[in-house]
Design a protein around this ligand. Sequence first.
Ligand code: ADP
Ligand code: MG
Length: 451
Amino acid sequence: MLESIWYQTLEQLHDSLPHAKTMWLDYVVFKEESGDTLILECDSAMTKANVEKGCLAEASNLMDELSGRKITIELRIATDESSDSGEDADDEEESVQSVRDKAPTSRKSLLNPAYTFDNFIPCESTIFAYNAAKAIAMHPGMNYNPCLIYGGVGLGKTHLLESIGNYVETENPRKNVVYVTAETFTNDYIQSLTNKNTSQFRIKYRKADILLIDDIHFLEKKIQTQEELFHTFNDLYETNKQIVFTCDRPISELKGFTDRLKSRFTRGLNINLTAPDYETRVAILRKKCEDKGVRIYDSVLNYIAENIKTNVRDLEGSLTTLIAYSNLIKTKITLEVAQEHLKNIIATPMASEQDISIGTIVKEVASYFSIEISDIKGKKRTAIIKDARNVAIYLTRKITQYSTTEIGTYFDRDHSTITHSIDKVEKERKTNSELAQTLDTLETRIRKSTK
Ligand code: ADP
Ligand code: MG
C-alpha cells in the first residue's frame, strides 16, 4: 500500500521541486513497509545525507497527505550483499553483458554485427514485428514512431532492435544510431550525475537520430532515470527522431513506472513478439547450422524443434551444445546422441506439455487441497486457495514448457503475479519440508495421471 503511495510521492516531488533537490532519489529504492513506517534504502551514506537535506521533509508531508495518516520515512543504507552471492551461471551472463555495455569505444562496437534482418527468420507470429522493424530501419522517424517491441525472453527482441541499428549504420552511415540497454542508460545517467556532466549525457542521447533502448523493464522503480528518459523522449519525438524500445512484458504490466512515461511508451506502435511455430523453429535451426557450416540430420533438428517451443535462445543453445559435443568427441550427432545430451534441457516426453496439460495440473492440485477447480483460477483469497493457486502455478512452470506470460493468460493473472508466485514457492520449498513433500507428491500424481 505505502509502496504505491511512495511512487506517487516521487512523481510529485519531481514535478514540484528543482532537480538539484530530488536527483539523489534515484539512488533510493523502496525496501519494505511496516505499519505506518516506509523503509527506503539508499545506496550510500552520501545519498542518505543528500536526500535528508534535499527533500525528505517534502516527501514526508506528501506521504502524509496522500495516505491520509502520519507516515514515518526511514532511510537505511544498503549493505553490499551482491559481492558474495554470485555463484550461478546468470552472473556470468550478466558480466559478459555489462562488459559489452561498458565498452567505451565507438557506437558501432555496441551493436552486435551478427544481428541482421537477413538472419532473422520471420514466421506468422513475428512477421509484423519484422516488417515494422525493417520499415523503421529504411525510413527512420517516419511512420512507426515510437515503436515498442515486447515479449518473453529469447524471442528475438534484441535481434530485431540491433538489426535496425546495423541496417542504418550500413545504409545510412551519417545517421547517428545510439543503441543501449536500459541498464547502460541508467549507469550513464548516474555517472553523469556523479561527474556533474549531465550536459554531456544529454548531448549523447538527444543528438541521436535513432535511439534504440533495450529492456526498458530494467527502469522499474528508477524514477529519476525515468524522468531523464521522459525528457529525452520528448526532445527526440518533437524533432521526428526515431525511438524504439523493447520490454519483456506489456507496458500495462510494468510496475514502478510513472504514468507519463508509460503513456509515451504506448504511443505509436506496440508489437507483441510471440514464440515461433514449429516450422519456423526448424527453419531457424537449419539457418543456424548453415551459418556455422555444420550438417545435422533432420531427425535431430525436428527433435529439438518439437521439444523446445517457447524460446529461440534455448533452441540455439541446444544446437550449440550438440555441435560442441560432436566436435570434441568426433562423433556424428544421431538422434540418440541428441536425446542423451539434451536430456537436461529438454524435458522427458512424459513431462512435455503435449502430455501434461495445465488442466491436469489444476485438477490434481485442487483435489489435493480439497477445493474446487474453479477456485484456482478465481479471485478468492483465502489462505488455502492462495496456497493451492501458487502451487499450481509453480508446478505448471516446472513441469510444462509454458512461458510465464502463457501461464498468466491461463490463470488470468499478470506476468509479475505469476513470477511472484513461482519465486515464493521456490523459496519456501527450500526451508519448508512439508511443502517440498507436497510438491513431490503432486508432481508424481500429475505425471502418473497423464501416463
Ligand atoms: P530477446 O532479446 O527477446 O531475449 P534475442 O534477440 O536475444 O532475444 O534472441 C535470442 C537468440 O535467438 C539470439 O541469438 C537470436 O539471434 C535468436 N533468434 C530469436 N528469434 C530469431 C529468429 N526469428 N530467427 C533467427 N534467430 C532468432
Ligand atoms: Mg534481449
